[in-house]
Design a protein around this ligand. Structure first.
Ligand SMILES: Cc1cc2nc3c(=O)[nH]c(=O)nc-3n(C[C@H](O)[C@H](O)[C@H](O)COP(=O)(O)OP(=O)(O)OC[C@H]3O[C@@H](n4cnc5c(N)ncnc54)[C@H](O)[C@@H]3O)c2cc1C
Length: 235
């Protein structure tokens, strides 16, 4: 789709550094050493942001969240007809899940504190504690699923801001740089509207939401918006 409107994709290349000169970002450098010149650079690298642009480490935290695929013993109980998509109490657990997929698995994950780590971390695997917490939740809620074998699990990432709101703004200290990130676990559902908001920032247009997503280094950790994101690790 983007190619058909003239977007030139550098597939397989990775961002390595900003090409900065006297407080102005005039492009990027790719990992193979090639430079790409640009009037404006939009960095939208999700949870990689605090690692690719270390000066944003005070604003963003990359957190890993466990996802489980379970094979229920009584699969008929988890068919979509009788087992809906669910979201447990966000103020106490944050677990959510989906009915039986075509592959015969039930997917369970948790909108919780997560674990801070770089997305390319060697620790990117589900821990026994995370599995235990999931099984404790299932034992209380869906006992028929509590001992189902895990057939697949992974760690997936959020880029958290301190207040849980997106970050879509020009860098006041680096002309030519726009940072668009801070999904805090909510970016997918807003994907259809984010492009326009980012374009408004690039073009310097006003938009009522952009005050909320402004460049806000003054916001400190502790603004507890979603209780489940701040539960103690054990529960
Ligand atoms: C378990 C889980 C469940 C979720 N469920 C929901 C949900 O139900 N609803 C919802 O709205 N959101 C949900 N989310 C959040 C959603 O996935 C994110 O908000 C969204 O993916 C963030 O989009 P992004 O473009 O900011 O980052 P990403 O989707 O992470 O994209 C960042 C991109 O940057 C690329 N990149 C990294 N480093 C480089 C580099 N050096 N050079 C070039 N490219 C690079 C990566 O390969 C990646 O493609 C969930 C997230 C998780 C982890």
């Amino acid at each position: 789709m983007s190619k058909s409107v003239g977007v030139d994709l550098c597939e397989g290349s990775r961002f390595s550094a900003l090409d900065e000169h006297k407080g102005r970002v005039r492009g990027i450098v790719l990992d193979e050493g090639r430079s790409l010149a640009a009037d404006v650079v939009i960095m939208a690298v999700g949870a990689w942001m605090p690692y690719l642009l270390p000066f944003t480490k005070n604003f963003f935290r990359a957190t890993g969240h466990a996802v489980f695929h379970l094979k229920p013993r009584q699969r008929e109980l988890f068919e979509p007809e009788q087992f809906p998509v669910f979201g447990a109490d966000l103020s106490s657990t944050g677990f959510y899940g989906f009915p039986l997929s075509r592959e015969g698995v039930v997917k369970i994950a948790r909108h919780g504190p997560g674990r801070e780590m770089p997305p390319d971390s060697s620790k990117r695997f589900v821990t026994p504690d995370e599995e235990r917490a999931m099984r404790e939740f299932l034992a209380e809620t869906f006992p028929a699923l509590a001992d189902a074998p895990v057939v697949y699990s992974r760690i997936c990432f959020y880029c958290d801001t301190h207040d849980g709101d997106f970050w879509i703004a020009c860098d006041p200290e680096r002309a030519g740089l726009v940072v668009a990130s801070g999904d805090s676990g909510h970016g997918f559902k807003f994907a259809p509207v984010l492009g326009e908001l980012i374009a408004d920032v690039v073009e310097g247009k006003k938009h009522p939401l952009l005050e909320k997503f402004r460049w806000r280094p003054e916001v400190q950790p502790g603004g507890k918006k979603e209780a489940a994101r701040f539960l103690p690790a054990k529960s």
